[in-house]
Design a protein around this ligand. Structure first.
Ligand code: ATP
Ligand code: MG
Length: 465
């Protein structure tokens, strides 16, 4: 893949503008040829190792290598985008029919259409135009997690009296899990290429305190304690703003002397996102429990670099949650929507319940894990494990790596039943009843929406996260 010689742009492409025009226009609509879309979505994506991605980015001072990376992405990203659109268009039990979900699928199809209008990069100028297009995609302020959350909410409202079996719930959760896992990968590949471009890299270096071991989105020598402390500051501020008080958050570095200087290759904005979601939950639970007390117990964070993993433990005394709640916390569709007065005030309008499932997807993406242990009546301990060496591959779900085309014929048949072979029409503009909600989503501050603010956003908005 990225190590191959730069391809001649006249050589046959798996994804070409001329030979597979699966998106065409009709006024404000996109007519999508489902057979062509399925053909693209059934190609196999290439999982990548974190350490390799760093290496390829290092070599981008050599334009030949950067071009090979761009050509690889020119093929890889459309496959992954087509799969994301298919994931959404084949969500079971009518979720695929919900307007907000179709609008998100439409978003990926619009991006695919952009790819149709740009050649495979073969010169400096073409590579630059390609990177600009990727940047436009990443900086699109539409919040996909928020739109999906709203889609699930409206689907739940409409199917109130529809009894679903446990298996059917699982099927839907699997679809959403697959979608979000793969989306993390898609965004990461795209951001990494943008930020590895020599000009943007210079800008990024400036932004992140002159750290030289930062390449693209990846840091070879990420300091987990430093990253955690940045998040602690940010979450403390937000908690103060929202509730008027905040528990003290203590950070303890427990790394032994022999591991102190060991390198930790990671993606700081992923780490920040996961820690922020856990701390927000801990702060909220603690403030809720001690709202009428004069003293609030601290939240304790322990960070330790081991030979294999960096582990982060976040322990609060916020009262924990009953086991019946803990069974549902990783689900997307089972919203645990606020039972408490303060949460109602602060997040009345925004969909809730994506924080933990998304954080676990980020942890698993490069082979890590996130677990929570609750003692009802006392508090929660959250454990985050992140592999230290960066050898882990992108953790694409098996069904994504295998791709729809390689799944057994029943799955493909099911997909056909759901989507059919006939072209589908997707509105170019969000449909009117959703337009307002979507505009509101675009304007929402990212902190209210459980989605990972990318490294590129950091550069643009000059914020900690
Ligand atoms: N530290 C904690 N203490 C007590 N309950 C917790 C804690 N962390 C999570 N929970 C429970 O798990 C649920 C799910 O958490 P999650 O972060 O996924 O969603 P949320 O916080 O409700 O919404 P958001 O999408 O804004 O994060 C919470 O609503 C809460 O009931
Ligand atoms: Mg949360």
């Amino acid at each position: 893949m990225m190590t191959e010689e730069a391809e001649d742009s006249s050589s046959p492409r798996r994804f070409t503008n001329a030979s597979s025009p699966f998106v065409s226009s009709d006024n404000n609509n996109m007519i999508v040829d489902m057979v062509a879309l399925q053909a693209l979505a059934s190609q196999k994506p290439t999982p990548l190792r974190l350490a390799d991605m760093y290496k390829y980015a290092v070599e981008t001072s050599n334009f030949g290598q950067r071009l090979r990376n761009a050509q690889f992405l020119y093929k890889e990203i459309p496959i992954r985008m087509a799969q994301r659109a298919m994931d959404l268009l084949t969500l079971p039990h009518g979720l695929n029919e919900v307007t907000a979900i179709r609008n998100v699928a439409g978003l990926y199809l619009r991006y695919l259409e952009w790819f149709q209008h740009i050649p495979m990069p073969s010169t400096v100028e073409e590579e630059d135009a390609f990177t600009d297009m990727l940047e436009r995609i990443i900086l699109d302020r539409t919040s996909v997690p928020s739109m999906i959350a709203r889609g699930i909410q409206s689907w739940q409202r409409e199917s109130d009296d529809k009894e679903m079996s446990e298996d059917q719930w699982h099927e839907m959760e699997d679809g959403l899990y697959r979608f979000f896992t793969a989306r993390v990968g898609l965004r990461f590949l795209t951001e990494h290429h943008i930020l590895s471009s020599p000009s943007r890299q210079a800008q990024a270096q400036h932004m992140i305190e002159g750290k030289e071991d930062f390449l693209g989105c990846i840091m070879t020598d990420c300091d987990p304690v430093h990253e955690v402390k940045k998040v602690v500051e940010e979450v403390t501020q937000k908690t103060l703003q929202q509730y008027g008080v905040s528990p003290k958050i203590e950070v303890l570095d427990s790394t032994s002397a022999d591991q102190k200087n060991a390198a930790f290759t990671y993606v700081p904005h992923h780490l920040q996102y996961m820690v922020a979601e856990l701390l927000k939950n801990s702060c909220r639970a603690t403030v809720m429990r001690y709202q009428s007390s004069t003293e609030i117990p601290p939240i304790k964070v322990v960070v330790v670099k081991g030979a294999e993993d960096v582990s982060i433990k976040i322990a609060d005394q916020g009262g924990g949650a009953p086991r019946s709640t803990m069974e549902k916390i990783w689900n997307f569709a089972h919203s645990t929507k606020s039972e408490d007065a303060i949460s109602e005030q602060v997040s009345e309008s925004s969909a809730r319940g994506f924080g933990l499932p998304l954080a676990r997807i980020y942890a698993r993406y490069f082979g890590g894990e996130l677990t929570l242990r609750s003692m009802e009546g006392y508090g929660v301990d959250a454990y985050l494990y992140l592999p230290r060496l960066g050898h882990a591959c992108e953790n694409l779900p098996a069904s994504v790596v295998a791709s729809p085309g390689e799944q057994d014929s029943n799955v493909v048949a099911d997909m056909k039943k759901l989507v059919g072979d006939r072209p589908i029409v997707v509105s170019r503009a969000p449909q009117s009843d959703e337009a307002e909600a979507e505009a509101a989503v675009k304007d929402e501050p990212p902190q209210e929406v459980p989605c990972c603010t990318g490294a590129l956003d950091l550069m643009q908005r000059k914020q900690a996260f």
